[in-house]
Design a protein around this ligand. Structure first.
Ligand code: ACM
Length: 529
């Protein structure tokens, strides 16, 4: 099969960067050679697999064809025809690259070769962007030869489902759109002060009580107005299993976030014995940072160990996000138990107590073969031995962690917080603040120039965050995420030498009908003068 592929490439002329065909894909590919002519995909095109492992990708392709064009194709294990076939193959040719693929479109055939299934999957995503949508009578695909691979391994998007809850169907659509733009991590923020959203069988009150609040903030924080409408919801373990499988089929890893020791009011409303005060608490109605946090007691650790056990059984990925941000320490500072623990563990201050907390949690996660990742506050008081860091308060936390040889995901607020305004505030729906237009997100460079080549290897990639205090509906999530998510997809995927904002803007503009067809409620702010 490989021989055929090489032969076809050699005997067909491709023209580097020629304008003969309009090959417009996002994220931009490393190398695109234009060909002459078109392949026409029909109901009688045959999918050929050179490896049985690619059945999953062939089925994904068929599902996509069925949904968008109303038919699917026959799948065969060997090549029995000379034309009108679409070959999916595994080859080691590009194995030094991340998620690499080669896509060759000729008049009689299409071939997609990847080092692994993921590469073939990304070749399919590029192919989809070359196919006409909205569908036309003839599915004509321009001849070309694309060699492509990812710059970073962590191409992430986050969604806060605590402040507002979004349906399992919407989560699937969000994941679908990540995969379409070759992103591969979904950071699912499942717990916070205002709602606990994941069923834990051993502790049912986490969702029965912690899953619902008796009111929410109306308007901006400074107005301090509240409604009295009961609000909530949660994902059952069955729903989560289904979403994890759905993401897996799209090569998206889900990183669940279980916040601790702060942002834990919903859990403490359900189980107040795990706070230091033991006070009866309510699930949070107001956005912001709360005084009540988990107490670093043995009872709390036993509880979190059980919770993390259930979480780890649901999510197969390497990383579990344990939060660690914005922990107010005043209750710890006045707690006799905390003072005892600090004396016993020889901890100098409450930052070191937080560090002790995170190290205890890391041991539970590592014992189950997984790694923790936390917000950059986990650097304060000393980093847990194997922890990865998510740098959100700028890039300094990421730099410090990389210098200590810890893995880092870059998500600095000024570039990667998609809850910020993206256009003139007077023309936009209410948002938390900030100003992060599309071009600013696009300009983001995840590797800080203060890192040397060795340290830079610890930067896994960048992630966009969608915090939802002021994002009430699924449509609004899309409005805030798109098109900044697409810009960040190119930041994460494309080689530096092919990155260019004007080119991106033009390709995005050309894809507006595709976004509409895919029913993505994207913001037009970047297109307004
Ligand atoms: C954060 O935005 N508090 C991580």
């Amino acid at each position: 099969m490989k021989k055929i592929y090489i032969m076809l490439c050699f005997c067909f002329p491709f023209l580097v960067n020629a304008q003969l065909q309009n090959i417009q894909i996002i994220p931009q590919a490393s190398e695109i050679k234009n060909g002459i002519g078109h392949f026409t995909l029909t109901k009688s095109t045959i999918i050929v697999l050179n490896n049985a492992e690619l059945k999953q990708e062939a089925e994904f392709l068929n599902q996509y064809l069925l949904e968008n064009y109303g038919f699917s194709l026959k799948i065969e294990k060997s090549l029995t025809v000379k034309k009108n076939f679409l070959l999916l193959g595994l080859s080691k040719e590009q194995s030094q690259w991340i998620d690499a693929y080669k896509l060759t479109v000729l008049e009689n055939s299409i071939e997609i070769w990847g080092d692994q299934n993921a590469g073939v999957f990304y070749g399919l995503q590029s192919l989809f962007q070359l196919m006409p949508l909205p569908p036309q009578r003839k599915i004509s695909i321009p001849s070309c030869n694309i060699s492509d691979y990812a710059r970073f391994t962590w191409r992430g998007m986050h969604l806060d489902c605590s402040r507002h809850f979004f349906s399992p169907e919407f989560i699937k659509k969000y994941i679908d759109n990540l995969a379409f733009y070759k992103m591969n991590v979904f950071h699912w923020h499942l717990t916070d002060d205002q709602g606990w959203r994941i069923e834990i069988k051993k502790y049912p009150l986490l969702t029965e009580i912690g899953g619902y609040r008796n009111g929410s903030m109306i308007g901006h924080y400074r107005d301090q107005k509240f409604d009295t409408i009961r609000y909530g919801g949660y994902y059952t373990q069955e729903q989560i299993k289904e979403i994890v499988a759905y993401a897996g089929a799209r090569h998206v890893t889900i990183v669940p976030e279980i916040e601790m020791p702060g942002h834990a009011l919903a859990a403490l409303a359900a189980y107040p014995q795990f706070s230091c005060t033991g006070k009866k608490l309510e699930v949070g109605k107001r956005w912001g940072v709360e005084e009540e946090v988990y107490c670093p007691s043995e009872e709390t650790f036993a509880f979190l160990n059980e919770v993390l056990g259930e979480v780890i059984n649901l999510f197969p990925g390497k990383y579990i996000h344990i939060g660690g941000d914005e922990v107010l320490k005043n209750i710890w500072d006045s707690s006799a138990l905390c003072q005892q623990i600090m004396a016993k563990e020889k901890l100098q201050n409450s930052h070191e107590l937080q560090s002790y907390f995170i190290r205890r949690i890391e041991q539970m996660v590592n014992a189950r073969g997984r790694q923790i990742i936390g917000w950059d506050e986990i650097l304060e008081g000393g980093l847990a031995p194997n922890a990865a860091v998510m740098s959100w308060r700028g890039i300094e936390g990421g730099i410090a962690a990389a210098k200590q040889k810890h893995f880092v995901v870059m998500t600095p607020g000024g570039y990667c917080y998609f809850d910020h305004y993206q256009g003139k505030p007077e023309q936009e729906p209410l948002a938390i603040g900030g100003f992060t237009p599309l071009e600013k997100t696009y300009s983001y460079e995840p590797i800080p120039d203060t890192l040397n080549a060795e340290e830079a290897k610890y930067i896994l990639g960048a992630q966009g965050n969608v915090w939802t205090e002021y994002i009430y509906t699924e449509k609004q999530v899309e409005y805030m995420a798109f098109p900044r998510l697409i810009a960040l997809a190119e930041v994460n995927w494309s080689a530096k030498n092919v990155k260019d904002y004007q080119s991106f803007y033009n390709r995005l503009n050309a894809q507006r009908p595709l976004l509409q067809y895919r029913k993505i409620n994207f913001s037009e702010s970047a297109f307004k003068k």
